[in-house]
Design a protein around this ligand. Structure first.
Ligand code: PBG
Length: 333
C-alpha cells in the first residue's frame, strides 16, 4: 500500500484533525473493553485485599474477593480474567508439587469463578515459579533449569487447571516443546476445547520486577531467567518461536513485555495473522502509575494512549493491570 496525497496546499492533513467528529471518522484503530484481559493476584484467606507496594492500585485478593473481581469484569464488559497465585512460602518445594494440587489456590479460584460468573473466561499461568523453592519457571538441578522434566511438570499442572474448569491456559515458562506436550495431554484427557494462549515470545526483562514481588518470587529467585527467556536484542527468533508454538497447537500467541516490544507485535501479526496478544507487564504499569502518582504525567491519558498503541501495533487484545480502570473509562464515554 502506498498512500497518496495531494501536494500542499491542496493536501492539508489538518483538515481531518479539525474536530472530534472528523478525527473519529479518520481513526484507524479502536480500543474496546472486549480487548482486555485482567491479570489478578490470588492469596489465601477470606475478605483479604492486600496492597502490593510496587504496583499501586493493584491488590492480592482472597478467593471470595477474586469472585467479586470477576463479577466486576462481567459488568464492565471485560471478557477474561487471568489468575496468578501468591503461594504460602511453606508450600514451595524443589519439585513444585503444589503446582498440580487440585486444591491449590488457582484451581480453587477457577472453580469459584466458574460457579459464580461462568460467562467470564478464566485464564491461568502455566509455569512453576510461584511454587518453586528457587523461584524459577522450571525444575532446577545443580543450577541448570531442566527442560524436558519441567515440561512433564507443566503438563500435570495444565491438566489440573483444565480439570478445574480453566478456559485458557497460559504457558509462560518458555521451555521448549511444552505446547505440543500440553496439547497432546489435553486431547488425551478429553479437554479438547481448552484454549492455549502461548507466551511464545517472552523476553528476559527487567520489567517483571513488581510482578515477582506480587507473587512472592523476588526473594527466592537465584540468578536470572536468561537461559529460557529471550534475549531483548532478538526479533527473528520471536517469529520462529511463534511459528513453532502455532504448529504445536497454540490457539493464541503473546508477546511480552508490551510497550518496548511493539515492533515484535507488528511483525508477529503481519507474519501469521493469528490471534495476537501483548502483556503490558508489571513494570510498565508501575512506570505509568508511579509517574502519575507523582504528578509527572496525566495517568488516565497515558493509560489510554498506551493501550491504544497495542491495537495500532496489530494486537487483538492486551493483558493489563489497568483493565478495570480502562474499561470504566471506555464505558463512560
Ligand atoms: C512467570 C511470569 C512472570 C510474569 C508472568 N508470568 C514473571 C517472570 O517471568 O519472571 C510477568 C508478568 C508481569 O511482570 O506483569 N512465569
Amino acid at each position: 500500500m502506498r498512500p497518496i496525497s495531494a501536494p500542499t496546499p491542496f493536501g492539508r492533513f489538518r483538515r481531518l484533525r479539525r474536530t472530534p467528529a472528523l478525527r473519529s471518522l479518520a481513526q484507524e484503530s479502536v480500543l474496546t473493553t472486549a480487548d482486555l484481559i485482567w491479570p489478578v493476584f490470588v492469596r489465601d484467606g477470606v475478605d483479604v485485599v492486600e496492597p502490593i507496594a510496587s504496583m499501586p492500585g493493584v491488590n492480592r485478593l482472597s478467593i471470595d474477593r477474586i469472585v467479586r473481581a470477576a463479577e466486576e469484569a462481567a459488568t464492565l464488559g471485560i471478557p477474561a480474567i487471568c489468575l496468578f497465585p501468591y503461594t504460602d512460602p511453606a508450600l514451595k518445594t524443589d519439585a513444585c508439587e503444589e503446582a498440580w494440587n487440585p486444591e491449590n489456590l488457582v484451581n480453587r479460584a477457577i472453580r469459584a469463578i466458574k460457579a459464580a460468573v461462568p460467562e467470564v473466561a478464566v485464564m491461568t499461568d502455566v509455569a512453576l515459579d510461584p511454587y518453586n523453592a528457587n523461584g524459577h519457571d522450571g525444575l532446577v538441578r545443580c543450577g541448570i533449569i531442566l527442560n524436558d522434566e519441567s515440561v512433564e511438570a507443566l503438563v500435570r499442572m495444565s491438566l489440573a487447571q483444565a480439570e478445574a474448569g480453566a478456559d485458557i491456559l497460559g504457558p509462560s515458562d518458555m521451555m521448549d516443546g511444552r505446547i505440543g506436550a500440553m496439547r497432546g495431554a489435553l486431547e488425551a484427557a478429553g479437554h479438547r476445547d481448552v484454549a492455549i494462549l502461548s507466551y511464545a515470545a517472552k523476553y528476559a526483562s527487567a520489567f517483571y520486577g513488581p510482578f515477582r514481588d506480587a507473587v512472592g518470587a523476588s526473594g527466592v529467585l537465584r540468578g536470572d531467567k536468561k537461559t529460557y527467556q529471550m534475549n531483548p536484542a532478538n526479533s527473528d527468533e520471536a517469529l520462529r518461536l511463534i511459528e513453532r508454538d502455532l504448529r504445536e497447537g497454540a490457539d493464541m500467541v503473546m508477546v511480552k513485555p508490551g510497550m518496548p516490544y511493539l515492533d515484535i507485535c507488528r511483525r508477529v501479526k503481519d507474519a501469521f495473522g493469528a490471534p495476537t496478544y501483548a502483556y503490558q507487564v508489571s513494570g510498565e504499569y508501575a512506570m505509568i502509575r508511579g509517574a502519575a502518582l507523582n504528578g509527572w504525567i496525566n495517568g488516565e491519558a497515558a493509560m489510554m494512549e498506551s493501550l491504544m498503541c497495542f491495537k495500532r501495533a496489530g494486537c487483538d487484545g492486551i493483558l493489563t493491570y489497568f483493565a478495570p480502570e480502562a474499561a470504566r473509562f471506555l464505558n463512560l464515554r
